[in-house]
Design a protein around this ligand. Structure first.
Ligand code: R5P
Length: 271
């Protein structure tokens, strides 16, 4: 692997643990103003110090993130679809590699829709992006999207999607945690990070998700809603970080989360 590619990956996957906490805030590219991302900068800025990388679009970076106070960027470069449209899989590359270089990004990301109507188009998009990334030394993240069909998130489907992404040259893959997740990990030759998905019932459920995924070999999280839709986003990202980088147990991470919550609420001072 070329020096530039290795160096960029080391900005994302922290050399000390080999893992990463990516903060995902690219949802607006097809979902519009998601709850708590109405003003991306207001929500994301307090979390930036605790993230290893930000997954975001070029529009959100330029309007909402201070270039003097950012973190390595994983730039979402696919889109062209919307939640109101006919088929979410109808995505193409939206952003030129030159603009990615201009933004000094550490990786570029696009979704692939295996088994969907526009599978072919998205897989060729990934191949094209890998060709461009190789030329400039920029790693490519493939996101194994399922569109509205969340029930597709099983080990058989996700293993298929991740493996195809890796075979087409993706340098790392984002997928979902699922039952028999080890099958996904064991059949994917490049690092896998997990998305959080829609907000889970409790914050502890999200800690458990991250813990189980890391325990089975995920190299980190690329988590959004379960962090910034929590009532306690900073305590949440700190607790997730302890799991990802320090292999904290769910109990220890929950304790840290509660301690940090107290600091926010100042409610535990008399205890
Ligand atoms: C989809 O909108 C994006 O790829 C997100 O970056 C991804 O789903 C991770 O965010 P969340 O943890 O909210 O699912």
């Amino acid at each position: 692997m070329d020096w530039g590619m290795k160096n960029r990956l080391a900005h994302i996957f922290q050399p000390a643990s080999g893992n990463t906490v990516m903060l995902a805030a690219d949802h607006g590219y097809f979902l519009g103003a998601v709850s708590r991302l109405e003003h991306v900068g207001d929500t994301i800025t307090p979390l930036i110090p605790y993230a290893d990388a930000l997954m975001i679009t070029r529009g959100a970076i330029r309007t909402s993130i201070d270039p003097l106070n950012a973190k390595p960027i994983v730039l979402r470069v696919s889109g062209g679809n919307s939640i109101a449209g006919e088929d979410l899989s109808n995505e193409k590359i939206t952003t030129s590699i030159k603009d990615a270089v201009r933004l000094n990004v550490s990786a570029i990301a696009l979704s692939i829709y295996v088994g969907a109507k526009y599978e072919h188009q998205t897989l060729l998009g990934l191949s094209e992006l890998v060709n461009q990334g190789q030329e400039y030394g920029i790693p490519v993240l493939a996101v194994t999207a399922v569109g509205k069909e969340l029930e597709k998130r099983d080990a058989r489907f996700l293993s298929l999607s991740c493996r195809i992404a890796a075979e087409l040259g993706a340098h790392f893959v984002k997928t979902y945690y699922c039952e028999n997740f080890e099958k996904v990990i064991n059949t994917c030759p490049v690092p896998v990070v997990i998305a959080g998905g829609p907000k889970l019932k409790t914050d502890v459920d999200a800690l458990k998700l991250a813990h189980d995924a890391i325990g089975l070999g995920a190299k980190g999280v690329d988590m959004g809603r379960n962090i910034w839709q929590s009532k306690y986003p900073v305590p949440m990202i700190k607790a997730i970080k302890s799991i990802v980088h320090e292999k904290a147990s769910v109990k220890d991470a929950e304790e840290l989360f509660n301690e940090e919550k107290c600091k926010v609420d100042k409610a535990c001072e008399s205890n």
